[in-house]
Write a protein of this length. Structure first.
Lengths: 244, 321
Protein backbone atom coordinates (compact mmCIF):
# COMPACT_ATOMS: atom_id res chain seq x y z
CA UNK A 1 0.00 0.00 0.00
CA UNK A 2 2.71 2.46 1.02
CA UNK A 3 6.27 2.09 -0.16
CA UNK A 4 9.07 4.49 0.71
CA UNK A 5 12.21 4.13 -1.40
CA UNK A 6 15.63 5.65 -0.68
CA UNK A 7 14.26 8.81 0.89
CA UNK A 8 16.67 11.68 1.66
CA UNK A 9 16.14 14.96 3.45
CA UNK A 10 18.68 17.41 4.85
CA UNK A 11 18.27 20.62 6.80
CA UNK A 12 21.31 22.66 5.87
CA UNK A 13 24.29 20.43 6.61
CA UNK A 14 22.34 18.06 8.81
CA UNK A 15 21.11 14.92 7.06
CA UNK A 16 17.93 14.08 8.96
CA UNK A 17 16.85 11.22 6.73
CA UNK A 18 19.32 9.40 4.48
CA UNK A 19 18.08 6.42 2.57
CA UNK A 20 15.00 5.44 4.55
CA UNK A 21 13.03 2.40 3.34
CA UNK A 22 9.56 1.42 4.45
CA UNK A 23 6.83 -1.01 3.39
CA UNK A 24 3.27 -0.96 4.68
CA UNK A 25 0.84 -3.66 3.54
CA UNK A 26 -2.92 -3.12 3.63
CA UNK A 27 -4.44 -4.01 7.00
CA UNK A 28 -1.11 -4.06 8.84
CA UNK A 29 -0.16 -2.30 12.04
CA UNK A 30 3.36 -1.07 11.37
CA UNK A 31 5.68 0.59 13.86
CA UNK A 32 8.75 2.71 13.23
CA UNK A 33 11.14 2.70 16.16
CA UNK A 34 14.41 4.38 16.83
CA UNK A 35 16.03 6.57 19.45
CA UNK A 36 15.22 10.28 19.69
CA UNK A 37 16.66 12.10 16.71
CA UNK A 38 16.65 9.04 14.47
CA UNK A 39 14.49 10.88 11.93
CA UNK A 40 11.12 9.26 12.61
CA UNK A 41 9.11 12.46 12.70
CA UNK A 42 10.94 13.83 9.66
CA UNK A 43 10.11 10.64 7.79
CA UNK A 44 6.42 11.03 8.65
CA UNK A 45 6.44 14.69 7.69
CA UNK A 46 7.92 13.71 4.34
CA UNK A 47 5.24 11.08 3.76
CA UNK A 48 2.34 13.42 4.55
CA UNK A 49 3.76 16.37 2.65
CA UNK A 50 4.60 18.78 5.49
CA UNK A 51 8.17 18.53 4.13
CA UNK A 52 9.39 17.91 0.60
CA UNK A 53 12.04 15.18 0.15
CA UNK A 54 15.36 16.02 -1.53
CA UNK A 55 15.53 12.61 -3.13
CA UNK A 56 13.70 9.32 -3.30
CA UNK A 57 10.14 8.18 -3.91
CA UNK A 58 7.01 7.69 -1.80
CA UNK A 59 4.47 5.42 -3.46
CA UNK A 60 0.92 5.21 -2.15
CA UNK A 61 -1.24 2.72 -4.01
CA UNK A 62 1.40 2.83 -6.79
CA UNK A 63 1.17 6.65 -7.17
CA UNK A 64 4.12 8.87 -6.38
CA UNK A 65 2.93 11.33 -3.73
CA UNK A 66 6.30 12.82 -2.81
CA UNK A 67 5.65 16.14 -4.57
CA UNK A 68 2.05 16.72 -3.44
CA UNK A 69 0.97 19.33 -0.85
CA UNK A 70 -0.48 18.03 2.45
CA UNK A 71 -4.16 18.56 1.64
CA UNK A 72 -3.94 16.53 -1.57
CA UNK A 73 -2.12 13.70 0.16
CA UNK A 74 -4.89 13.68 2.73
CA UNK A 75 -7.51 13.43 0.00
CA UNK A 76 -5.71 10.38 -1.37
CA UNK A 77 -6.54 8.63 1.90
CA UNK A 78 -3.70 9.29 4.34
CA UNK A 79 -4.60 10.98 7.63
CA UNK A 80 -2.19 11.71 10.42
CA UNK A 81 -1.78 12.87 13.98
CA UNK A 82 1.08 14.99 15.22
CA UNK A 83 3.59 14.53 17.99
CA UNK A 84 2.68 17.73 19.80
CA UNK A 85 -1.07 17.97 20.43
CA UNK A 86 -1.99 19.69 17.18
CA UNK A 87 -5.64 20.58 17.68
CA UNK A 88 -7.90 23.64 17.34
CA UNK A 89 -7.68 25.05 20.87
CA UNK A 90 -10.46 27.65 20.60
CA UNK A 91 -13.07 25.29 19.16
CA UNK A 92 -15.12 22.70 21.01
CA UNK A 93 -14.17 19.02 20.89
CA UNK A 94 -17.13 18.41 18.60
CA UNK A 95 -16.06 21.17 16.18
CA UNK A 96 -12.51 19.85 16.16
CA UNK A 97 -13.61 16.53 14.75
CA UNK A 98 -16.33 18.06 12.61
CA UNK A 99 -13.74 20.12 10.70
CA UNK A 100 -12.16 16.99 9.30
CA UNK A 101 -15.48 15.20 8.74
CA UNK A 102 -16.75 18.23 6.77
CA UNK A 103 -13.55 18.28 4.77
CA UNK A 104 -13.88 14.56 4.03
CA UNK A 105 -17.47 14.99 2.89
CA UNK A 106 -16.48 18.01 0.77
CA UNK A 107 -18.76 20.35 2.68
CA UNK A 108 -16.08 22.79 3.88
CA UNK A 109 -16.99 25.42 1.30
CA UNK A 110 -20.71 25.39 1.97
CA UNK A 111 -22.01 28.87 2.79
CA UNK A 112 -25.33 29.79 4.44
CA UNK A 113 -26.11 26.40 5.93
CA UNK A 114 -25.67 26.13 9.70
CA UNK A 115 -22.66 23.92 10.38
CA UNK A 116 -24.29 22.75 13.60
CA UNK A 117 -26.64 20.57 11.57
CA UNK A 118 -24.15 18.95 9.23
CA UNK A 119 -22.19 15.74 9.67
CA UNK A 120 -23.45 15.51 13.26
CA UNK A 121 -23.99 11.76 13.29
CA UNK A 122 -20.64 10.88 11.76
CA UNK A 123 -18.85 13.20 14.17
CA UNK A 124 -20.65 11.75 17.18
CA UNK A 125 -19.88 8.22 16.03
CA UNK A 126 -16.15 9.00 15.90
CA UNK A 127 -16.21 10.70 19.29
CA UNK A 128 -18.02 7.69 20.68
CA UNK A 129 -15.50 5.23 19.25
CA UNK A 130 -12.62 7.02 20.99
CA UNK A 131 -14.66 7.46 24.18
CA UNK A 132 -14.92 11.27 24.16
CA UNK A 133 -18.63 11.75 23.55
CA UNK A 134 -19.22 13.07 27.07
CA UNK A 135 -16.63 15.82 26.54
CA UNK A 136 -17.89 17.00 23.17
CA UNK A 137 -18.89 20.52 24.26
CA UNK A 138 -15.62 21.19 26.11
CA UNK A 139 -13.23 23.73 24.63
CA UNK A 140 -10.40 21.65 23.20
CA UNK A 141 -7.68 23.86 24.67
CA UNK A 142 -8.86 23.05 28.21
CA UNK A 143 -8.55 19.25 27.87
CA UNK A 144 -5.93 17.20 29.71
CA UNK A 145 -2.83 16.18 27.79
CA UNK A 146 -4.00 12.60 27.34
CA UNK A 147 -7.40 13.71 26.05
CA UNK A 148 -5.78 16.13 23.60
CA UNK A 149 -3.77 13.27 22.14
CA UNK A 150 -6.91 11.13 21.83
CA UNK A 151 -8.66 14.07 20.16
CA UNK A 152 -5.75 14.19 17.70
CA UNK A 153 -6.53 10.63 16.67
CA UNK A 154 -10.26 11.41 16.47
CA UNK A 155 -9.57 14.34 14.11
CA UNK A 156 -7.53 12.06 11.88
CA UNK A 157 -10.34 9.47 11.90
CA UNK A 158 -12.73 12.12 10.59
CA UNK A 159 -11.04 11.81 7.19
CA UNK A 160 -12.04 8.12 6.95
CA UNK A 161 -8.45 7.33 5.98
CA UNK A 162 -7.17 4.15 4.34
CA UNK A 163 -3.87 4.72 6.08
CA UNK A 164 -3.62 6.34 9.49
CA UNK A 165 -0.24 7.72 10.49
CA UNK A 166 0.34 8.44 14.17
CA UNK A 167 3.45 10.32 15.25
CA UNK A 168 4.36 9.09 18.74
CA UNK A 169 0.77 8.72 19.93
CA UNK A 170 1.92 8.08 23.49
CA UNK A 171 4.47 10.89 23.84
CA UNK A 172 4.36 12.44 27.29
CA UNK A 173 1.77 10.00 28.62
CA UNK A 174 1.71 8.12 31.92
CA UNK A 175 2.05 4.32 31.76
CA UNK A 176 -1.71 3.89 32.25
CA UNK A 177 -2.55 6.39 29.51
CA UNK A 178 0.01 4.73 27.26
CA UNK A 179 -1.54 1.30 27.54
CA UNK A 180 -5.04 2.75 27.11
CA UNK A 181 -3.92 4.52 23.95
CA UNK A 182 -2.24 1.44 22.54
CA UNK A 183 -5.38 -0.59 23.27
CA UNK A 184 -7.41 2.06 21.43
CA UNK A 185 -5.09 1.92 18.43
CA UNK A 186 -5.27 -1.87 18.34
CA UNK A 187 -9.05 -1.80 18.60
CA UNK A 188 -9.37 0.78 15.81
CA UNK A 189 -7.16 -1.35 13.58
CA UNK A 190 -9.29 -4.42 14.23
CA UNK A 191 -12.75 -2.84 14.17
CA UNK A 192 -12.31 -0.57 11.18
CA UNK A 193 -9.77 -2.63 9.28
CA UNK A 194 -7.51 0.42 9.30
CA UNK A 195 -3.94 0.29 8.16
CA UNK A 196 -1.91 2.08 10.80
CA UNK A 197 1.66 3.35 10.74
CA UNK A 198 2.99 4.78 13.97
CA UNK A 199 6.29 5.58 15.56
CA UNK A 200 7.47 5.18 19.09
CA UNK A 201 10.74 5.29 20.97
CA UNK A 202 9.71 2.88 23.69
CA UNK A 203 10.46 -0.68 22.48
CA UNK A 204 8.23 -2.47 24.99
CA UNK A 205 5.10 -0.69 23.77
CA UNK A 206 5.75 -1.69 20.18
CA UNK A 207 6.49 -5.40 20.39
CA UNK A 208 3.10 -6.19 21.88
CA UNK A 209 1.11 -4.52 19.11
CA UNK A 210 2.89 -4.15 15.80
CA UNK A 211 2.87 -6.77 13.08
CA UNK A 212 5.84 -5.27 11.33
CA UNK A 213 8.59 -3.11 12.76
CA UNK A 214 11.00 -0.80 11.01
CA UNK A 215 14.08 0.27 12.96
CA UNK A 216 15.75 3.62 12.23
CA UNK A 217 19.00 5.08 13.39
CA UNK A 218 20.79 8.27 12.28
CA UNK A 219 18.26 8.68 9.49
CA UNK A 220 18.89 5.24 7.99
CA UNK A 221 16.71 2.17 7.97
CA UNK A 222 18.51 -0.68 9.73
CA UNK A 223 15.91 -3.36 9.14
CA UNK A 224 12.20 -3.97 8.68
CA UNK A 225 10.47 -7.23 9.53
CA UNK A 226 8.21 -9.08 11.94
CA UNK A 227 8.91 -8.42 15.64
CA UNK A 228 10.80 -11.71 16.17
CA UNK A 229 13.11 -11.05 13.24
CA UNK A 230 13.83 -7.56 14.45
CA UNK A 231 14.58 -8.75 17.96
CA UNK A 232 17.08 -11.31 16.62
CA UNK A 233 18.84 -8.90 14.29
CA UNK A 234 22.38 -8.36 15.54
CA UNK A 235 22.66 -4.82 14.20
CA UNK A 236 19.49 -3.80 16.01
CA UNK A 237 20.73 -5.39 19.21
CA UNK A 238 24.00 -3.55 18.91
CA UNK A 239 22.48 -0.22 17.94
CA UNK A 240 19.45 -0.13 20.09
CA UNK A 241 18.43 -2.96 22.35
CA UNK A 242 21.78 -3.46 24.02
CA UNK A 243 22.97 0.08 23.61
CA UNK A 244 20.46 1.76 25.86
CA UNK B 1 -29.36 24.37 26.83
CA UNK B 2 -27.74 27.39 28.42
CA UNK B 3 -26.18 28.40 25.12
CA UNK B 4 -29.58 27.91 23.50
CA UNK B 5 -31.06 30.38 25.99
CA UNK B 6 -28.32 32.89 25.32
CA UNK B 7 -28.89 32.52 21.60
CA UNK B 8 -32.61 33.17 21.97
CA UNK B 9 -31.88 36.11 24.21
CA UNK B 10 -29.40 37.67 21.81
CA UNK B 11 -31.89 37.17 19.00
CA UNK B 12 -34.58 38.99 21.01
CA UNK B 13 -32.17 41.76 21.91
CA UNK B 14 -31.19 42.28 18.26
CA UNK B 15 -34.87 42.31 17.22
CA UNK B 16 -35.68 44.96 19.86
CA UNK B 17 -32.68 47.07 18.84
CA UNK B 18 -33.75 46.80 15.20
CA UNK B 19 -37.28 47.98 15.99
CA UNK B 20 -35.96 50.92 18.06
CA UNK B 21 -33.65 51.86 15.19
CA UNK B 22 -36.58 51.69 12.75
CA UNK B 23 -38.47 54.22 14.89
CA UNK B 24 -35.43 56.36 15.70
CA UNK B 25 -35.66 58.96 12.88
CA UNK B 26 -39.18 59.92 13.99
CA UNK B 27 -37.98 61.28 17.34
CA UNK B 28 -34.26 62.00 16.75
CA UNK B 29 -33.00 65.35 15.44
CA UNK B 30 -31.67 65.22 11.89
CA UNK B 31 -28.05 65.36 13.00
CA UNK B 32 -28.37 62.23 15.09
CA UNK B 33 -30.10 60.36 12.29
CA UNK B 34 -27.12 61.22 10.12
CA UNK B 35 -24.76 60.28 12.93
CA UNK B 36 -26.38 56.84 13.28
CA UNK B 37 -26.08 56.33 9.53
CA UNK B 38 -22.33 56.92 9.77
CA UNK B 39 -22.13 54.33 12.52
CA UNK B 40 -24.07 51.80 10.44
CA UNK B 41 -21.83 52.22 7.41
CA UNK B 42 -18.68 52.03 9.52
CA UNK B 43 -20.05 49.05 11.43
CA UNK B 44 -20.62 47.11 8.22
CA UNK B 45 -17.08 47.98 7.12
CA UNK B 46 -15.65 46.77 10.43
CA UNK B 47 -17.80 43.62 10.38
CA UNK B 48 -16.55 42.75 6.90
CA UNK B 49 -12.96 43.25 8.02
CA UNK B 50 -13.52 41.08 11.06
CA UNK B 51 -14.38 38.10 8.87
CA UNK B 52 -10.69 38.19 7.91
CA UNK B 53 -9.13 39.46 11.13
CA UNK B 54 -11.15 37.81 13.89
CA UNK B 55 -12.49 34.69 12.25
CA UNK B 56 -9.62 34.07 9.87
CA UNK B 57 -6.59 35.66 11.61
CA UNK B 58 -5.66 37.22 8.27
CA UNK B 59 -4.00 40.53 9.01
CA UNK B 60 -5.91 42.53 6.43
CA UNK B 61 -4.12 45.81 7.19
CA UNK B 62 -5.51 47.77 4.28
CA UNK B 63 -9.18 46.92 4.20
CA UNK B 64 -10.09 50.57 3.60
CA UNK B 65 -8.96 50.19 -0.01
CA UNK B 66 -11.90 47.94 -0.78
CA UNK B 67 -14.28 50.38 0.89
CA UNK B 68 -12.82 53.04 -1.37
CA UNK B 69 -12.97 50.89 -4.50
CA UNK B 70 -16.65 50.19 -3.80
CA UNK B 71 -17.39 53.87 -3.22
CA UNK B 72 -15.38 55.12 -6.22
CA UNK B 73 -16.86 52.57 -8.61
CA UNK B 74 -20.44 53.32 -7.57
CA UNK B 75 -19.77 57.07 -7.34
CA UNK B 76 -18.06 57.34 -10.73
CA UNK B 77 -20.76 55.29 -12.45
CA UNK B 78 -23.47 57.51 -10.95
CA UNK B 79 -21.68 60.77 -11.68
CA UNK B 80 -20.22 60.10 -15.13
CA UNK B 81 -22.54 57.57 -16.79
CA UNK B 82 -26.26 57.09 -17.03
CA UNK B 83 -26.43 53.51 -15.79
CA UNK B 84 -29.33 52.77 -13.43
CA UNK B 85 -28.52 53.24 -9.76
CA UNK B 86 -28.84 49.57 -8.86
CA UNK B 87 -26.28 48.53 -11.47
CA UNK B 88 -23.88 51.10 -10.03
CA UNK B 89 -24.45 49.74 -6.51
CA UNK B 90 -23.90 46.12 -7.50
CA UNK B 91 -20.90 47.05 -9.66
CA UNK B 92 -19.34 48.87 -6.70
CA UNK B 93 -19.60 45.81 -4.46
CA UNK B 94 -18.34 43.45 -7.15
CA UNK B 95 -15.44 45.75 -8.06
CA UNK B 96 -14.34 45.66 -4.42
CA UNK B 97 -14.52 41.85 -4.41
CA UNK B 98 -12.49 41.76 -7.63
CA UNK B 99 -9.86 44.05 -6.11
CA UNK B 100 -9.88 41.76 -3.07
CA UNK B 101 -9.28 38.75 -5.29
CA UNK B 102 -6.40 40.41 -7.20
CA UNK B 103 -4.62 41.80 -4.14
CA UNK B 104 -5.44 38.69 -2.12
CA UNK B 105 -3.86 36.39 -4.69
CA UNK B 106 -0.50 38.05 -4.10
CA UNK B 107 -0.79 38.54 -0.36
CA UNK B 108 -2.05 35.05 0.47
CA UNK B 109 1.35 33.57 -0.39
CA UNK B 110 2.81 35.34 2.63
CA UNK B 111 2.17 34.77 6.30
CA UNK B 112 0.77 36.96 9.04
CA UNK B 113 2.65 40.28 9.23
CA UNK B 114 4.16 39.98 5.76
CA UNK B 115 0.68 39.46 4.40
CA UNK B 116 -0.34 42.78 5.97
CA UNK B 117 2.78 44.62 4.79
CA UNK B 118 2.31 43.58 1.17
CA UNK B 119 -1.33 44.52 1.36
CA UNK B 120 -0.48 48.01 2.57
CA UNK B 121 1.87 48.50 -0.36
CA UNK B 122 -0.50 47.13 -3.01
CA UNK B 123 -3.41 49.03 -1.46
CA UNK B 124 -1.42 52.26 -1.48
CA UNK B 125 -1.01 51.85 -5.23
CA UNK B 126 -4.78 51.99 -5.63
CA UNK B 127 -4.88 55.00 -3.33
CA UNK B 128 -2.25 56.68 -5.52
CA UNK B 129 -4.41 56.10 -8.61
CA UNK B 130 -7.42 57.71 -6.93
CA UNK B 131 -5.22 60.55 -5.69
CA UNK B 132 -3.38 61.31 -8.93
CA UNK B 133 -5.76 60.57 -11.78
CA UNK B 134 -7.32 64.03 -11.79
CA UNK B 135 -9.26 63.72 -15.03
CA UNK B 136 -11.16 60.67 -13.79
CA UNK B 137 -11.28 60.82 -10.01
CA UNK B 138 -10.88 64.50 -9.32
CA UNK B 139 -7.65 63.84 -7.45
CA UNK B 140 -7.45 64.97 -3.84
CA UNK B 141 -10.67 66.97 -4.19
CA UNK B 142 -12.66 63.88 -5.05
CA UNK B 143 -16.11 64.19 -6.54
CA UNK B 144 -18.97 65.89 -4.79
CA UNK B 145 -22.67 66.18 -5.45
CA UNK B 146 -23.00 62.69 -6.91
CA UNK B 147 -26.61 62.29 -8.11
CA UNK B 148 -28.33 59.89 -5.72
CA UNK B 149 -31.72 58.44 -6.74
CA UNK B 150 -34.56 60.49 -5.25
CA UNK B 151 -36.06 57.82 -3.01
CA UNK B 152 -32.87 57.61 -0.90
CA UNK B 153 -31.54 61.15 -1.21
CA UNK B 154 -32.94 62.65 2.02
CA UNK B 155 -31.24 62.02 5.37
CA UNK B 156 -34.11 59.92 6.67
CA UNK B 157 -34.58 57.78 3.59
CA UNK B 158 -30.81 57.24 3.32
CA UNK B 159 -30.93 56.18 6.97
CA UNK B 160 -33.57 53.55 6.24
CA UNK B 161 -31.81 52.31 3.13
CA UNK B 162 -28.52 51.92 5.00
CA UNK B 163 -30.23 50.27 7.98
CA UNK B 164 -32.00 47.69 5.83
CA UNK B 165 -28.91 46.86 3.78
CA UNK B 166 -26.90 46.61 7.00
CA UNK B 167 -29.51 44.23 8.46
CA UNK B 168 -29.40 41.98 5.40
CA UNK B 169 -25.59 42.00 5.36
CA UNK B 170 -25.37 41.16 9.07
CA UNK B 171 -27.72 38.20 8.62
CA UNK B 172 -25.64 36.99 5.67
CA UNK B 173 -22.39 37.42 7.60
CA UNK B 174 -23.87 35.58 10.57
CA UNK B 175 -24.92 32.67 8.37
CA UNK B 176 -21.49 32.58 6.73
CA UNK B 177 -19.68 32.49 10.07
CA UNK B 178 -21.92 29.71 11.35
CA UNK B 179 -21.67 27.72 8.12
CA UNK B 180 -19.15 24.95 7.43
CA UNK B 181 -17.16 27.54 5.52
CA UNK B 182 -16.98 29.78 8.57
CA UNK B 183 -16.22 27.03 11.00
CA UNK B 184 -13.44 25.74 8.74
CA UNK B 185 -12.10 29.30 8.52
CA UNK B 186 -11.96 29.46 12.32
CA UNK B 187 -10.20 26.11 12.39
CA UNK B 188 -7.62 27.51 9.96
CA UNK B 189 -7.20 30.51 12.26
CA UNK B 190 -6.46 28.18 15.16
CA UNK B 191 -4.19 25.78 13.32
CA UNK B 192 -3.48 26.03 9.59
CA UNK B 193 -1.03 23.14 9.57
CA UNK B 194 -3.58 20.75 11.02
CA UNK B 195 -6.19 21.93 8.54
CA UNK B 196 -3.94 21.13 5.62
CA UNK B 197 -3.45 17.68 7.13
CA UNK B 198 -7.20 17.03 7.17
CA UNK B 199 -7.46 17.83 3.49
CA UNK B 200 -8.36 21.51 3.44
CA UNK B 201 -6.81 23.75 0.81
CA UNK B 202 -5.86 26.44 3.32
CA UNK B 203 -4.80 29.18 0.90
CA UNK B 204 -7.84 28.83 -1.32
CA UNK B 205 -10.14 28.89 1.69
CA UNK B 206 -8.49 32.05 3.01
CA UNK B 207 -8.66 33.70 -0.40
CA UNK B 208 -12.39 32.96 -0.57
CA UNK B 209 -12.78 34.58 2.85
CA UNK B 210 -10.94 37.67 1.61
CA UNK B 211 -13.16 37.94 -1.46
CA UNK B 212 -16.31 37.66 0.69
CA UNK B 213 -14.98 40.22 3.18
CA UNK B 214 -13.99 42.68 0.46
CA UNK B 215 -17.39 42.28 -1.17
CA UNK B 216 -19.08 43.42 2.04
CA UNK B 217 -16.44 46.15 2.37
CA UNK B 218 -17.55 47.28 -1.11
CA UNK B 219 -21.18 47.30 0.00
CA UNK B 220 -20.17 49.59 2.85
CA UNK B 221 -18.43 51.84 0.30
CA UNK B 222 -21.60 52.04 -1.79
CA UNK B 223 -23.59 52.93 1.34
CA UNK B 224 -21.09 55.71 2.01
CA UNK B 225 -21.88 57.21 -1.39
CA UNK B 226 -25.61 57.00 -0.61
CA UNK B 227 -25.03 58.76 2.70
CA UNK B 228 -22.56 61.46 1.64
CA UNK B 229 -23.06 61.85 -2.08
CA UNK B 230 -19.32 62.33 -2.46
CA UNK B 231 -16.08 60.38 -2.80
CA UNK B 232 -12.52 61.39 -1.90
CA UNK B 233 -9.13 59.65 -1.64
CA UNK B 234 -9.18 59.54 2.18
CA UNK B 235 -11.55 56.57 1.86
CA UNK B 236 -8.61 54.51 0.59
CA UNK B 237 -5.98 55.95 2.88
CA UNK B 238 -4.21 53.61 5.28
CA UNK B 239 -5.19 55.69 8.32
CA UNK B 240 -8.82 54.68 7.85
CA UNK B 241 -7.76 51.03 7.47
CA UNK B 242 -5.96 51.25 10.77
CA UNK B 243 -9.01 52.78 12.40
CA UNK B 244 -11.33 49.97 11.35
CA UNK B 245 -8.72 47.44 12.42
CA UNK B 246 -8.79 49.04 15.87
CA UNK B 247 -12.61 48.88 15.87
CA UNK B 248 -12.41 45.09 15.51
CA UNK B 249 -9.87 44.75 18.32
CA UNK B 250 -11.74 47.18 20.56
CA UNK B 251 -15.16 45.60 20.19
CA UNK B 252 -13.97 42.01 20.41
CA UNK B 253 -12.45 40.36 17.39
CA UNK B 254 -13.41 36.81 18.33
CA UNK B 255 -17.07 37.77 18.77
CA UNK B 256 -19.71 38.27 16.10
CA UNK B 257 -21.08 41.70 17.02
CA UNK B 258 -17.94 43.16 18.60
CA UNK B 259 -16.90 45.28 15.58
CA UNK B 260 -20.31 47.05 15.61
CA UNK B 261 -19.64 48.22 19.16
CA UNK B 262 -16.08 49.17 18.23
CA UNK B 263 -17.33 51.19 15.28
CA UNK B 264 -19.93 52.95 17.45
CA UNK B 265 -17.31 53.91 20.05
CA UNK B 266 -14.74 55.22 17.61
CA UNK B 267 -17.23 57.10 15.44
CA UNK B 268 -18.69 58.71 18.59
CA UNK B 269 -15.24 59.70 19.78
CA UNK B 270 -14.39 61.20 16.42
CA UNK B 271 -17.67 63.08 16.19
CA UNK B 272 -18.05 64.41 19.73
CA UNK B 273 -14.50 64.70 21.03
CA UNK B 274 -13.30 65.65 17.55
CA UNK B 275 -15.35 68.87 17.72
CA UNK B 276 -13.41 70.02 20.79
CA UNK B 277 -9.91 69.03 19.77
CA UNK B 278 -8.23 67.58 16.74
CA UNK B 279 -6.19 65.49 19.15
CA UNK B 280 -9.10 63.12 19.80
CA UNK B 281 -6.82 60.28 18.79
CA UNK B 282 -5.02 60.90 22.08
CA UNK B 283 -8.06 59.52 23.90
CA UNK B 284 -8.18 56.65 21.41
CA UNK B 285 -4.56 55.91 22.26
CA UNK B 286 -5.27 55.79 25.99
CA UNK B 287 -8.28 53.51 25.40
CA UNK B 288 -6.07 51.23 23.33
CA UNK B 289 -3.42 50.97 26.03
CA UNK B 290 -6.07 50.10 28.61
CA UNK B 291 -7.54 47.60 26.20
CA UNK B 292 -4.27 45.77 25.64
CA UNK B 293 -3.66 45.47 29.38
CA UNK B 294 -7.14 44.67 30.66
CA UNK B 295 -9.26 43.36 27.78
CA UNK B 296 -6.96 41.73 25.23
CA UNK B 297 -9.92 40.08 23.51
CA UNK B 298 -11.95 43.27 23.26
CA UNK B 299 -14.96 44.60 25.14
CA UNK B 300 -17.34 41.84 24.05
CA UNK B 301 -14.70 39.15 24.13
CA UNK B 302 -14.42 39.33 27.91
CA UNK B 303 -16.33 36.64 29.73
CA UNK B 304 -17.97 38.86 32.35
CA UNK B 305 -20.25 36.19 33.80
CA UNK B 306 -17.36 33.78 34.32
CA UNK B 307 -15.12 36.46 35.85
CA UNK B 308 -17.91 37.64 38.14
CA UNK B 309 -18.52 34.08 39.30
CA UNK B 310 -14.81 33.56 39.96
CA UNK B 311 -14.69 36.88 41.82
CA UNK B 312 -17.73 36.17 44.00
CA UNK B 313 -16.47 32.64 44.70
CA UNK B 314 -13.14 34.08 45.81
CA UNK B 315 -14.91 36.60 48.03
CA UNK B 316 -17.06 33.88 49.56
CA UNK B 317 -14.00 31.75 50.19
CA UNK B 318 -12.25 34.68 51.89
CA UNK B 319 -15.22 35.30 54.13
CA UNK B 320 -15.34 31.64 54.97
CA UNK B 321 -11.77 31.68 56.15
Amino acid sequence: MLRVEELHKSFGDFKAVKGAQLMVERGQLVAVIGPNGAGKTTLFNLITGQLQPDNGRILFNEHDISKLPPHEICRKGIARSFQIANIFPRLSVFRNVQVSVLSQQKLSNKLFHPAGQLAVEDTNRILDSVGMLDKKMDVAGSLSHGDKRTLEIAIALGNEPDLLILDEPTAGMSPEETSATMALIKRLAEERGLTILFCEHDMKVVFGVAQSIMVMQHGCTIVQGIPEEVRQNSEVQKAYLGGE
Amino acid sequence: MFSEMIRQKSFCVSAVIFVILLLAPSFLPRFYTYFLTIIFVTALLAMSLNLCVGHGMLFQFHHGVFYGVGAYTAGLLLAKTSVPWWIAFIAGSLAAALAGLLIGMFCIRLNRLYFGMLQISLGSLIWAIAFRWYSLTGGDDGIHGIPIPDFISSTTSAYYFVLIVLGICLILLYLIIKSPFGSTLQAIRDNPERCAAVGINVRRHQLTAIVIATFFGGVAGVLFVVMEGSIFPDLLFWVLSLEIFIMCLLGGWFTFAGPILGAAIIVSLRTFVGTYTEYWTLILGIILILLIFFLPEGIMGYNYIEKFRAWSKRNAAERFE
